[in-house]
Write a protein that binds this ligand. Structure first.
Ligand SMILES: Cc1cc2nc3c(=O)[nH]c(=O)nc-3n(C[C@H](O)[C@H](O)[C@H](O)COP(=O)(O)OP(=O)(O)OC[C@H]3O[C@@H](n4cnc5c(N)ncnc54)[C@H](O)[C@@H]3O)c2cc1C
Length: 545
């Protein structure tokens, strides 16, 4: 084992992991189970000490603060040239420290797709096996769900019986039964499970870097350390250049460096280190270590749009403010009250045809506080703030559109240029319209009709009207993936890492985070990223022995 010694400039570790977000802590935790190796886990942000980020209902108050990289996309042509805000966790726990906490793993089709893309060994069976180690849910142990694993999962709390009405509407519309969509069939609706224990967020980082694990002498977690680039000797990665306490320093890796900095930053770090498309590197004066055209390409993200409904009758127990000081104080005192509730506690997955080759849509089933934010949509309605409402967040689960992440400059502090190219593939718009129609169908069920006064967009809207609505209202679900995609390096020139997560054209460098996914999963991305972390550690350890 390389010893940690001297000032940071002379420090050497066996493995350096960049990013203590979602996957980084998993890799660090598992690798450090071997006392023979030393691990350094570097994080640009600090420790997660702001407890508001741990509330189920008020966590988003940390967006736009130091906990967030505060990215936004380039103007999106498909979205009326709007720039879309794209938060990303800048803190231990990464994006899973600031997200909604939904644990929706994706389906068989998602995991098998990776192997079809040439990532040998990455298939649904492997994923199921791995999720046994990851999950701790009372729905397990079964073939599909784990019990006793690292990440404790509990059902979202919800304050209103109206949530059951929404679930009943899903069933009545014929979209599927009510039940776990991560079991045999995904075409179901259910209350969502999250990584919250007794109303307190407990991220994968909290579990994999518990106090006990952090005591391991071979594991160092160093926060407030910004990684500028990877250092190469020839084509071998030998260390990283970092900024810490105002100084630029170098840290050496005896064995390997693993990038877990997330979809935007991993692509940026690779390029700043000379691994990327040679023309782009040349443009910014960065010497080429390896010409890897796929770095930063294949950016794929989920879009959502909200169908809003003004209720004819009051919906009980929804008129409260989850983010008020009073609500947060109550949550601190007794873990009860409005800050425990996120308005979308349930979701359903829908297939648009009877071939059932994976759900095309996810619909989040939501009540709305005080018809909040719908003054524009329901203009002319008196006392809107005293009215009740509900909404459906429609998510296109497999968008075909692809974009990229480019360098703005060779300065690591310049935010990268993020261009997801939303709706650039015309099939996405066609499909999205269908999804809106499904949401409208729900408003007409016997369960929901008594509540449905007005719907936005209006149920008699033409496809062209809905298209206009989508262009002006759609936004991101914040699931960017794909900028260092896994695949068969021999057959796929745009694949960046092989099935062992090794970066094309160089040695001693791997990627293990959301950027390796060839396409976004039919669910939410925290669970598959946790799986990627486990896979990375297993692969590295198996190669060593
Ligand atoms: C607002 C929001 C809501 C979301 N909601 C959900 C949800 O409900 N359910 C779900 O499953 N998924 C959700 N997601 C997506 C999910 O959280 C992410 O896909 C996943 O956490 C990404 O994991 P990662 O390890 O790839 O990156 P991250 O978790 O983002 O980790 C990257 C880490 O690297 C650090 N880092 C980056 N650059 C550097 C550098 N140069 N030097 C040092 N450190 C660096 C970052 O600070 C960060 O801690 C959401 C995401 C966001 C942003």
């Amino acid at each position: 084992m390389h010893k940690k010694e001297g000032s940071m400039m002379t420090q050497t570790y066996d493995y350096i992991i960049v990013g203590a977000g979602t996957s980084g802590p998993v890799v660090a935790s598992r690798l450090s189970e071997d006392p023979q190796v030393s691990i350094l886990l570097l994080e640009a942000g600090g420790e997660n000490t702001n407890d508001i980020s741990r509330t189920p209902g008020a966590f988003f108050k940390v967006w736009g603060t130091d906990y967030d990289w505060q990215y936004e996309t380039e103007p999106q042509k498909g979205l009326n040239n709007r720039k879309i805000y794209s938060p990303g966790g800048h803190v231990v726990g990464g994006s899973s420290a600031i997200n909604m906490g939904f644990w929706m793993r994706g389906t068989k089709e998602d995991y098998d797709f990776w192997e079809q893309q040439g990532a040998m060994g990455w298939n649904f069976e492997t994923a199921l096996e791995m999720f046994q180690k990851i999950e701790d849910t009372d729905l397990g142990p079964t073939r599909y769900r784990g019990k006793g694993g690292k990440v404790r999962l509990e059902y979202s709390a919800y304050p209103t019986e109206f949530t059951d009405t929404l679930l009943n509407a899903f069933k009545e519309a014929g979209f599927g039964d009510i039940g776990d969509f991560q079991a045999e069939t995904p075409y179901r609706a259910d209350i969502v499970q999250k990584d919250f224990i007794n109303q307190v967020r407990h991220t994968p980082a909290d579990s994999y870097l518990s106090k006990e694990i952090r005591k391991r002498p071979n594991l160092t977690v160093q926060t407030d350390t910004f990684v500028r680039n990877v250092i190469f000797k020839g084509n071998r990665a030998v260390g990283v250049e970092v900024e810490h306490q105002g100084k630029v320093q170098q840290i050496t890796a005896g064995a390997e460096i693993i990038l877990s900095a997330g979809t935007y930053n991993t692509a940026q770090i690779l390029k700043l280190s000379g691994v990327g498309p040679k023309e782009e590197l040349a443009k910014h004066g960065i010497p080429v270590v390896a010409d890897v055209p796929g770095v930063g390409e294949n950016l794929n993200d989920h879009l959502l749009v909200n169908v809003l409904i003004l209720s004819s009758i009051p919906i009980p127990d929804t008129h409260f403010n989850p983010v008020s000081d009073e609500s947060i104080a109550q949550w601190r005192r007794e873990r009860t009250g409005p800050a425990c509730y996120y308005p979308g506690p349930a979701a359903g997955l829908i297939s648009s045809d009877k071939t059932y080759t994976g759900p095309d849509f996810e619909i989040i089933l939501e009540y709305v506080h005080n018809a909040n934010g719908s003054e524009k949509e329901f203009a002319g309605v008196e006392n809107i703030a005293e009215r009740s409402g509900y909404s459906f967040t429609v998510i296109l689960t497999v968008p075909k559109s692809r974009g990229n992440v480019l360098l703005a400059s060779g300065d690591p502090h310049d935010k990268p240029l993020i261009n997801p190219n939303y709706l650039s593939n015309p099939d996405d718009m066609k499909k999205f319209i269908k999804g809106i129609r499904y949401a409208m169908q729900l408003t007409k069920t016997r369960a929901l009709l008594p509540y449905t006064e007005r719907v936005h967009p209006a149920p008699d809207a033409s496809d062209a009207d809905i298209e206009t609505f989508i262009h002006s209202e759609a936004s991101s679900v914040f699931h960017p993936v794909g900028t260092a995609r896994i695949g068969d390096l021999k057959k796929d020139p745009m694949a960046v890492v092989d099935s062992h997560l090794r970066v094309r054209g160089v040695e001693g460098l791997r990627v293990a985070d959301a950027s390796i996914m060839p396409q976004v999963t039919r669910g939410h991305t925290m669970a598959p990223v946790t799986y990627i972390g486990e896979m990375a550690a297993q692969i590295i350890r198996s190669e060593k022995h």
